[in-house]
Write a protein that binds this ligand. Structure first.
Ligand code: PAF
Length: 282
C-alpha cells in the first residue's frame, strides 16, 4: 500500500492505474477510522480494481469555534487498518498541500445546505463540497463511497455531482451502529462514560417515532414532540439542535408524512454534538 502526501502524487498514481485499464474506488474520510468507515472501505474494495482511502481533517469545513484542533487523529493506526482492509493507497496530505494560502474557489449547494446541519454550521458544506470535488478531480474514481449518517452531506454531494456533470457514482452506505444503537462516529470519543451510557436514547427516540408513525400519527410536528419528550425523559442533559422531517433528496421540510421522509436529528450533550437519522417509509 502506498502512502501519498501530495495532490500531484495522487493524481499521477491514479493516472497510471487508469492507463492500465484499472477501475478506481475512493473512500474520503477524516481519519480516526472506526467500523463504520471499514464498512465503506470493504464495500469500495469490492467495487473496483484499485482502492484509495483519503485521510484528511479538512480545515475548511470547520467553523471558527468548532473542534478542528481537537478532532481525533491517529494516522499510523488508520494506515494499518486501511492496509488490512485492502486499500492500495492512502492519501494523507497536510492542509498546506491541499489549500494554497490564497485559495479562493468554493463549491456550494446553498438550497440543500440551508437547513439541518447547515443552519448551525454555515460554512460546513461549502468546505465539504470543495474538498470532495478536489478529491474527485484528483482521483477520477469510478465510484466514491460515503456514509448515510451524514445524509444531508450525501444529498448535497449528489446534487453537486449531478449539476457539475461529475462522472463518479456516489454510493451511500447504511449507518453502522454500536450494539446498543449509537451511530458510530469519530466524535464519540468525546463522550464521558456517563454520557456514553445514555446516548443510545437518540436511536431509541428515532425508533419510537417510526413506531408512532406506523400506528397512524403522520403529523411531523407531533412526531417531533414525541422525539423531544423521549429525549428529555432519557437524556435530560441533552439539547436537540434540530429535529427535522425532510424530503430525503431535496432536504426540504415535510409537515405531513405521506411518502418516504427522512427524520434527521442533531443532539448536543456536554461538549459533543451527535447526529443521527432514520428513513421513515410509509
Ligand atoms: O464525512 C466526512 O468524513 C467528511 O465530511 C468528508 C466527506 C471526508 C470530507 O472531508
Amino acid at each position: 500500500m502506498d502512502l501519498l502526501n501530495t495532490p500531484a502524487a495522487l493524481r499521477s498514481q491514479c493516472r497510471q492505474w487508469r492507463a492500465q485499464g484499472k477501475s478506481i474506488a475512493l473512500v474520503p474520510t477524516m481519519g480516526f477510522l472506526h467500523d463504520g468507515h471499514m464498512s465503506l472501505i470493504d464495500h469500495a474494495r469490492g467495487r473496483a480494481d484499485r482502492l484509495v482511502v483519503s485521510v484528511f481533517v479538512n480545515p475548511t469545513q470547520f467553523g471558527p469555534n468548532e473542534d478542528l484542533d481537537r478532532y481525533p487523529r491517529d494516522l499510523p493506526r488508520d494506515l494499518a487498518l486501511a492496509q488490512a482492509h485492502g486499500a492500495d493507497a492512502v492519501f494523507a496530505p497536510e492542509p498546506g498541500a491541499m489549500y494554497q494560502p490564497d485559495h479562493s474557489t468554493w463549491v456550494e449547494v446553498p438550497e440543500l445546505a440551508k437547513g439541518l446541519c447547515g443552519a448551525s454550521r454555515p460554512i460546513h458544506f461549502r468546505g465539504v463540497c470543495t474538498v470532495v470535488l478536489k478529491l474527485l478531480n484528483l482521483v477520477q474514481p469510478d465510484v466514491a463511497v460515503f456514509g448515510q449518517k451524514d445524509w444531508q452531506q450525501l444529498a448535497i454531494l449528489r446534487r453537486m455531482a449531478r449539476d457539475l456533470d461529475l462522472d463518479a457514482e456516489l454510493v451511500g452506505m447504511p449507518i453502522f451502529r454500536e450494539a446498543d444503537g449509537l451511530a458510530m462516529s469519530s466524535r464519540n470519543v468525546y463522550l464521558t462514560a456517563e454520557e456514553r451510557a445514555k446516548v443510545p436514547a437518540i436511536r431509541q427516540g428515532l425508533l419510537l417515532v417510526r413506531q408512532t408513525l406506523a400506528a397512524g400519527e403522520k403529523d411531523a410536528a407531533r412526531l417531533g414532540e414525541i422525539f423531544c419528550e423521549h429525549l428529555a425523559a432519557n437524556l435530560p442533559e441533552s439539547r436537540p439542535d434540530y429535529v427535522s422531517f425532510v424530503d430525503p433528496e431535496s432536504i426540504s421540510p415535510v409537515a405531513h408524512i405521506s411518502e418516504a421522509t427522512l427524520l434527521a436529528v442533531a443532539v448536543c450533550i456536554g461538549k459533543v454534538r451527535l447526529i443521527d437519522n432514520i428513513l421513515l417509509e410509509v
